[in-house]
Design a protein. Structure first.
Length: 399
């Protein structure tokens, strides 16, 4: 196979979108194609051609991801596919290697993606860096443990008002949330369009705003109704009052017998607010997968909960420029990370470092899983104390 990998031209976007949809098992109709927004940042796209035909592709967008103490440029990887006729011949591997090199050349310390299957990306140095939960609960079991009274005001808003006002709430609600990525303007526009084939047989979006006692917009929920289930697309709050009011609202909509919601953070207070928390069915699953593309820049680009110095020996096959030993000096005020010759404290793979990077999993847990080797005594405890994050990593924008 004589493979050519390159960015697509504007004329090739339709073929790229059709090939991507085919690989996900959903060939688009001409009407679907006409409704689709144009592809953004084409120069970041990659397509694999075999004898001139497109047989695979991968795209990425320039995002910024929250990390403890700040945010870092991040390649948001999406539309990764290989034609079913060409699978398991190394095309994905070739695309991933090219994409990671591109990220390094652009100076993007991180790459991140949502995986269709959890077996695919570990081999390319991605680790599960956020975990989120799917929820469901039947209406009779939604009482709060303590008496509740609405203090602010709830109001339905139309798509245009949603578009104007919700992004700022999203921004404020995720300002200090490791793993959070801001939803780009064109994706907010898609929520306004609410294209019927994307509704999965459910209703159009309902958007509800919550205004606190002084009249500020402190939260919102966007949901659909599917039969007698209210399905929460997104609920964001900047105050505890908004959070309690919006969930109470979702539970109490008339003619609804159950509530379902995805992508909730694992430290959402709602389970602790319920009178009968066992009835809230919670299913955790892997959220954002993260990859440290420029390892020293990624480690130096976040702050750490405790002061410490660690020498890390990192194995990295798909980004060989990272492979080696680094000394990390970090604390609440900032960090430095440089190549080092010193004896390592911990030895691990790039994928495992990525999983621990935002604080989702501790180094101790990874060590018990046989994934991290403690070389110097006390290093696991020190690494855990440094990397832990006050808020559990969460990325509510799924791309
Ligand atoms: C997932 C997908 C992109 C893989 O492409 P591919 O070209 O077949 O992958 P490669 O040949 O480069 O595989 C590299 C390795 O990963 C393994 N692998 C790839 N996809 C896998 C999968 N879905 N399940 C298990 N293993 C997989 C291969 O077996 C191979 O392992 P090896 O190196 O030990 O031989 C392709 O199957 C696809 O398009 N699937 C449907 C769309 C999709 O899920 N895209 C991912 C979106 S996040």
């Amino acid at each position: 196979m004589d493979l050519e990998i390159r960015a697509i031209t504007p004329e090739e976007t339709e073929g790229f979108i059709r090939a991507t949809s085919m690989a996900f098992g959903q060939p688009p109709s001409d009407e679907d194609m006409a409704q689709r927004p144009s592809m953004k940042e084409l120069e970041r796209s990659l397509a694999a051609y075999d004898n001139g035909s497109m047989v695979g592709g991968a795209h990425s967008r320039s995002f910024r991801m929250k990390v403890p103490g700040g945010e870092l440029p991040t390649a948001g990887v999406l539309d990764v596919t290989v034609a079913s006729t060409h699978r398991r011949r190394g095309i994905l591997t070739a695309l991933m290697v090219d994409q990671l090199k591109g990220g390094q050349e652009r100076g993007e310390p991180l790459a991140a993606l949502f995986a269709s299957e959890s077996v695919i990306y570990g081999r390319f140095g991605y680790g599960i860096a956020t975990v989120h939960e799917r929820w469901s609960v039947d209406r009779p079991y939604t009482a709060y443990a303590t008496p509740y009274e609405l203090t602010g005001r709830l109001e339905f808003v139309g798509p245009e008002q949603m578009r104007r006002t919700f992004p700022d709430v999203y921004r404020r609600a995720t300002a200090f949330r490791p793993g959070a990525i801001e939803r780009p303007a064109d994706v907010w526009d898609l929520i306004v369009t609410d294209y019927p084939p994307d509704r999965g047989g459910a209703s159009a979006y309902f958007h509800v705003a919550y205004y606190g006692t002084v009249g500020n917009l402190d939260g919102y929920v966007s949901y659909r109704i599917n039969g007698s289930t209210l399905s929460v697309h997104e609920l964001m709050s900047t105050t505890d009052e908004a959070h309690a009011a919006l969930w109470r609202f979702c539970f109490d909509v008339d003619l609804i017998s159950s509530m379902a919601g995805g992508q909730r953070p694992v430290d959402d207070p709602l389970p602790w607010m319920m009178a009968d928390p066992r009835q809230l069915k919670r299913t955790p699953y892997d959220g954002l997968w993260v990859r440290l593309v420029d390892l020293p820049a990624a480690l130096a680009g976040r702050t750490y909960a405790s002061e410490g110095r660690l020498v890390l020996e990192v194995r990295d096959e798909s980004c060989p420029w990272n492979d080696g030993r680094y000394v990390l000096d970090g604390g609440p005020e900032g960090a430095t990370c440089r190549p080092a010759d010193a004896k390592p404290d911990l030895a691990l793979s790039a994928a495992d470092l990525a999983a621990a990077y935002l604080g989702t999993v501790s180094f101790t847990t990874l060590s018990h899983a046989g994934r991290v080797e403690q070389v110097s005594e006390g290093a696991l405890a020190l690494a855990d104390a440094m990397f832990v994050a006050a808020l559990k990593p969460w990325c509510p924008y799924i791309f």
